[in-house]
Design a protein around this ligand. Sequence first.
Ligand code: BT5
Length: 320
Amino acid sequence: MNIDDKILHIFKKYGDAYASGEDISRELGVSRTSIWKHIETLRNLGYEIDASPHLGYKLVGRPDRLIPEELKNNLRTKFLGKNILSYASLDSTNDTAYKLAEDGAKEGTVVIAEKQKKGKGRQGRTWISPKGGIYLSCIIRPDIEPREVAKITLVSALAVCISIRKAANVPAMIKWPNDIIIDGKKVCGILTEMKAEQDKVDFLIVGIGINVDNPASLLPKGATTLLEESDNSISKVELAKGILENLEHYIGIFKKEGFKVIRDEWRDLSETIGRHVKVQCHEGKIEGQALDVDADGALVIRLDSGFHKRILSGDVLIAH
Ligand code: BT5
């Protein structure tokens, strides 16, 4: 814990009471002038701190900012988010996380930004990332083979979908493989990247982008934001924490028991299964009825000819 975290910890302990400068300074073993400087730093981060000449300091408001001080506050995870790097702006949180992972960053390290200048989608596409969204990437080091990585995207989509539903009280659904949609409109995309040798994954970067209260006018056609879809006022910090907690939970199950046990929950939140779909994949355009995802995470489609086809990656268009 750094001094700022320690001061916030003291405020928590004091609750509604004031903590005197003298008490804080004694508890942390630093001068009162230094405490005053740290209080100013916290205020600049958006913390509202009341100062009374006779009583001391009291925390009266916390910012809804994606900063480690807030994200780590009551975060119920064992490893995910124990190390958080947050930025006001980055080119791409996935790129930063990838470099950190190459340099040996621990599993569970999270990179988060309030906006991205070169947000990435799949296959060289762009993820539009203005301020107001959540852009986060997690470093995962699972003991799996590269062919299993597609399932991590599905597991992550389930974790994110559940978190969005809870935070915003919206009927979010998963569109295979990596989209979360509300009423047919895309509110979130997931980009999983990896570094691997032939039969072993070195690390994975799970990158998640969510439109929260970013201006809808900047987004492409077919996109939406939680602000537009939800009647709740949404705390980005609580949503991001929910994602880290659910992600750790479901990735934990996946590592221990595989995708099989998660598949039923995934199906329940799938917008794709049972629908007539068009899929753009490396073999071209395929059309038919989406029947299921199999144990490998592949989408099983019944073509009009009656023939069943498995697709491991592609873009789905759902016919309405
Ligand atoms: C995705 O790709 O949906 C993956 C998006 C992953 C973004 C996160 S943000 C944190 C991390 N760091 C990164 O650099 N990336 C990850 P794909 O399925 O290829 O969809 C891309 C398409 O979604 C684009 O071509 C647009 O049509 C659409 N799109 C772009 N920005 C959008 C937005 N903000 N909201 C909804 N749709 C968007």
